[in-house]
Write a protein that binds this ligand. Structure first.
Ligand SMILES: Nc1ncnc2c1ncn2[C@@H]1O[C@H](COP(=O)(O)OP(=O)(O)OP(=O)(O)O)[C@@H](O)[C@H]1O
Length: 233
């Protein structure tokens, strides 16, 4: 597997404020990473830094060896970064189908394949963004990111606020996405054990710095570390 994404000593934040401090890691094509840590440690900031919404103070972001720094967000999406934001960001005046088709780029993910993964979106295809339940909005947010046909999917707390039955449904979809589609995935998730079960490797952030990295399976067995750095119940 060749390298997809590489961060070298990335220090980034909002304006002059620094949130991420000297963060380095790399991800190969098709690989999966859980990004864990307590509230406010910089997990979302790392994802939005990849999408180009923060100020890069120091370091380098590379995508398939090309410098990402300074590249506008829409070009990052075209290059293959698919972002599912924590807030889901639905448009109240667009239908489900319009949300999906408005961002479509050629590839294996089409209306047909997204509807196959999320049959509920097909049933709701004429509904407007503000007429959907939380679970349906999350499915639409993931479906919309897939329509871009990304090489890397960034999932920011995809299970947040969802009923257990919907969480189960999404877990099975995300598991299918992380195994065998060739797409790489980074999952930020408060439910650390869920994220670890879905990924191959894991990173824990604390106050903007990487304080632990390992494979997900061994971290899932380290209760003490998880309690100390992720506050797992
Ligand atoms: N738009 C913003 N402008 C300024 N500071 C911000 C902004 N967004 C987040 N921050 C600050 O950056 C720090 C890291 O926040 P971030 O949302 O990245 O953490 P997180 O680990 O994703 O936490 P959570 O699990 O609560 O979402 C926090 O101190 C937060 O207040």
């Amino acid at each position: 597997m060749s390298e997809l994404l590489r961060l070298d000593n990335v220090t980034a934040g909002y304006g002059d404020g620094i949130v991420l401090d000297d963060v380095s890691f790399s991800l190969k094509e098709g690989d999966s990473l859980a990004l864990l840590g307590r509230n406010g440690v910089g997990k979302t900031t790392l994802l939005v830094t990849l999408m180009g919404f923060t100020r890069l103070h120091k370091g380098r972001l590379a995508w398939r060896g090309r410098d990402l720094g300074g590249m506008p967000t829409f070009r990052r999406a075209h290059a293959g970064l698919g972002w599912v934001p924590q807030e889901r960001l639905m448009f109240p005046s667009l239908s489900v189908e319009e949300h999906l088709t408005s961002v479509a780029r050629p590839g294996r993910w089409t209306l047909k394949t997204v509807y196959r993964v999320f049959p509920r979106l097909r049933e709701r295809r004429a509904n407007l963004g503000n007429q959907l339940s939380g679970g349906e909005q999350q499915m639409l947010a993931i479906g919309r990111a897939l329509m871009v046909n990304p090489s890397l999917l960034l999932l920011d707390e995809p299970m947040e606020g969802l009923a257990p039955i919907i969480v189960q449904e999404l877990v099975s979809v995300i598991r299918d996405l992380t195994t065998g589609t060739g797409m790489a995935v980074i999952v930020v998730e408060q439910h650390a054990r869920l994220a670890l079960a879905l990924t191959r490797q894991a990173i824990i952030l604390d106050r903007g710095r990487i304080v632990h990295r390992s494979d997900s399976a061994s971290l899932a067995h380290d209760d003490r570390l998880l309690q100390r750095l992720v506050a797992v119940a």
